[in-house]
Ligand binder design. Structure first.
Ligand code: DHA
Length: 125
């Protein structure tokens, strides 16, 4: 059965989607953009800052379900510009130190709100 996950520790959806969903086993987060939980968009910040905020949002959602970043099975990173890969990767590693999840990283043509990075994950206890 699908259940909607909602938390104040990540920004509200900027469109017609939920912050995350679960079937009671797997947790699927929406793509998290660099927006603070109180709605400040960090689109003008560098990719390090944008990546950290996106992952802070992921972390906030997971914590709502009693999960941690160690429970992430798969991550997908969307970059507006693949030339930002190394900078994104360095910040990303701060959040996934040991046994990182599987990951795909791709360049998207453009991202919502003009941000440089968007990150979604699938996690399970
Ligand atoms: C920001 C998003 N995750 C969206 O628009 O789907």
């Amino acid at each position: 059965m699908k259940r909607i996950i909602s938390t104040d520790d990540a920004p509200e959806a900027v469109g017609a989607y939920s912050q995350a969903t679960t079937n009671g086993d797997l947790v699927f987060t929406a793509g998290q953009i660099p927006m603070t939980p109180d709605g400040e968009l960090l689109d003008d910040e560098d990719i390090t800052t944008q990546t950290r905020q996106s992952l802070e949002n992921v972390q906030g959602i997971l914590e709502e379900e009693g999960l941690t970043m160690e429970d992430v099975l798969k991550a997908t990173v969307f970059l507006a510009d693949i030339d930002d890969f190394e900078e994104m990767n360095a910040a990303y590693k701060e959040y996934f130190v040991d046994n990182p999840p599987a990951r795909s990283a791709v360049q998207a043509g453009a991202l919502p709100k003009g941000v440089g990075v968007e990150i979604e994950v699938i996690a399970s206890e």
